[in-house]
Design a protein around this ligand. Structure first.
Ligand code: ADP
Ligand code: SR1
Ligand code: MG
Length: 428
């Protein structure tokens, strides 16, 4: 069916003619349809049989423009193909951590998937001080599985022609995931506009010209940020989610799902974990104010956020390392087949994880600056009504983000990164 932009009124006619929906719904006589998209790009409809609420699906459709700006900003609707491709790949590697796809329509640029109606987007809940005890473990599994298994380390295989190391399959993946339009969004909205006086920027009135100049006119920072952008553009290391933040995670006490991978592409292995880490630090900063408003001592919840950041990192490092050792045990690559070879293999793994970690902290810094000065805010700080308090928190986010970028290449542990945040926005 040629592309038509659906509305709440049109969704029912569309789905009731689809064969796979005959299995999901026993009847179409009493259906409710509600558009719930709170993202920046697409329309998301919840479709439920009111008579049997367990019969429910999510329909997500791309529109040919950037929703947060409006029709004046065109955007390829082909982005839905990337979301569908990535969801399928993620489902293969981590079936318990992503929603199941029921149907996809390329021409209509839509996907129909599992409704995660027992889970909520964690950002809003974290704003209210809710903890997600299993989220760090689940998210670190997702990151390690996706990043290792899609990388050259994880994908290099044995073929007749190249019996020890054939990397063709990974190169084919890189080709499949050339996601030009959405990479352009990231390159501009994360890595560029916030770093100069772009018309697209918007920020809390209480931020001063000095605050802006401290970011936009600091030579060392500008050079490092430009180099991070270049890494993003050129280092096709692993299949990334591409937009991993606390608004792309739906969870409850027991389960965690990662949604919305339309920005998927092959990029630097530290990018996803960096985006998430930066967003978690924004929550840490915001909670100094939010917890007081909620009548709590901020220390406990802020400590949980820092512990979660640490647990995600430590989980990622140990799971990534384990996957690599398992692959090596299977492949028995002759490269390490000498006395002392296993020590060299260990040194390689440690060097590689350190490289990913340092890149990630640089990316975390860029995203903190982006969410403070650029378009497409996140609610943690931006939804605080008191503009004086907001400007104070924004300034802390800028200062911490800046230090992350400047010092990224010197960090050896997540504890050192946390110490920077604690030095600027003390854990009290
Ligand atoms: P966008 O691509 O525009 O950012 P998202 O994929 O983030 O859109 O979806 C927007 C909102 O729709 C989410 O914040 C969430 O509330 C809801 N949503 C998306 N996918 C699901 C799902 N599988 N189950 C339940 N709710 C969902
Ligand atoms: C204006 S760019 C829109 C943003 O929304 C998405 O969720 C990504 O974060 C993107 O950068
Ligand atoms: Mg999205």
């Amino acid at each position: 069916m040629a592309y038509v932009q659906l509305t709440e009124e049109l969704v029912l006619d569309y789905i009731k003619n689809l064969e796979p929906m005959q299995e999901k719904f026993s009847s179409f006589d009493n259906i409710s349809i509600k558009e719930v998209g709170d993202g920046n790009l697409n329309y998301v409809y919840i479709v439920t049989n009111i008579s049997k609420p367990e019969e429910t699906i999510i329909l997500k459709q791309a529109v040919p423009f950037l929703r947060v700006v409006g029709e004046s900003w065109p955007l390829d609707i082909e982005r839905m193909e990337f979301e569908v491709m990535a969801l399928r790949q993620q489902y293969e590697f981590c079936p318990d951590l992503v929603p199941e796809i029921y149907y996809a329509d390329t021409e209509m640029s839509l996907v129909i998937m599992q409704n995660l109606d027992k889970h909520t987007i964690i950002r809003g809940e974290m704003n209210l001080g809710k903890k997600f005890p299993k989220m760090p473990d689940h998210v670190s599994t997702f990151l390690a599985e996706m990043i290792f298994k899609s990388s050259d380390w994880g994908m290099a295989g044995k073929t007749e022609k190249w019996p020890h190391h054939d990397s063709a399959a990974k190169k084919e993946m890189v080709e499949k995931y050339i996601n030009k339009d959405l990479c352009n969004l990231t390159e501009n909205f994360i890595f560029s506009y916030p770093l100069y006086k772009s018309d697209t920027n918007s920020y809390t009135p209480g931020l001063t010209e000095e605050d802006l100049a401290d970011i936009q006119e600091d030579n060392e920072l500008k050079v490092k940020a430009a180099m991070l952008r270049y890494k993003f553009m050129n280092n096709a290391e692993a299949l990334l989610h591409g937009d991993l933040h606390t608004g792309s995670i739906m969870a409850n006490e027991e389960e965690t799902y990662i949604i919305d991978p339309e920005f998927a592409f092959y990029g630097p292995a530290g990018f996803d974990i960096g985006l998430l880490t930066g967003n978690m630090f924004l929550a840490y900063i915001a909670q100094a104010y939010r917890q007081v408003q909620l009548g709590n001592n901020p220390l406990e919840y802020r400590k949980w956020v820092l512990d979660a950041i640490k647990e995600i990192w430590e989980g990622f490092i140990s799971k990534y390392d384990k996957l690599w050792q398992e692959k090596e045990a299977e492949d028995k690559y002759p490269m390490w087949d000498y006395e002392g070879g296993s020590e060299a293999f260990k040194m390689l793994r440690e060097a590689e994880v350190l490289r990913i970690f340092r890149d990630a902290i640089g990316f975390a810094g860029t995203v903190m600056i982006r969410r403070t000065l650029g378009l497409a805010k996140v609610s943690d700080i931006a939804d605080i009504e008191d503009t004086v308090a907001r400007a104070v928190l924004d300034r802390l986010a800028l200062r911490i983000g800046k230090q992350f970028i400047l010092k990224a290449d010197t960090f050896n542990s997540i504890q050192e990164v946390i110490a920077i945040a604690d030095g600027i926005s003390p854990l009290v």
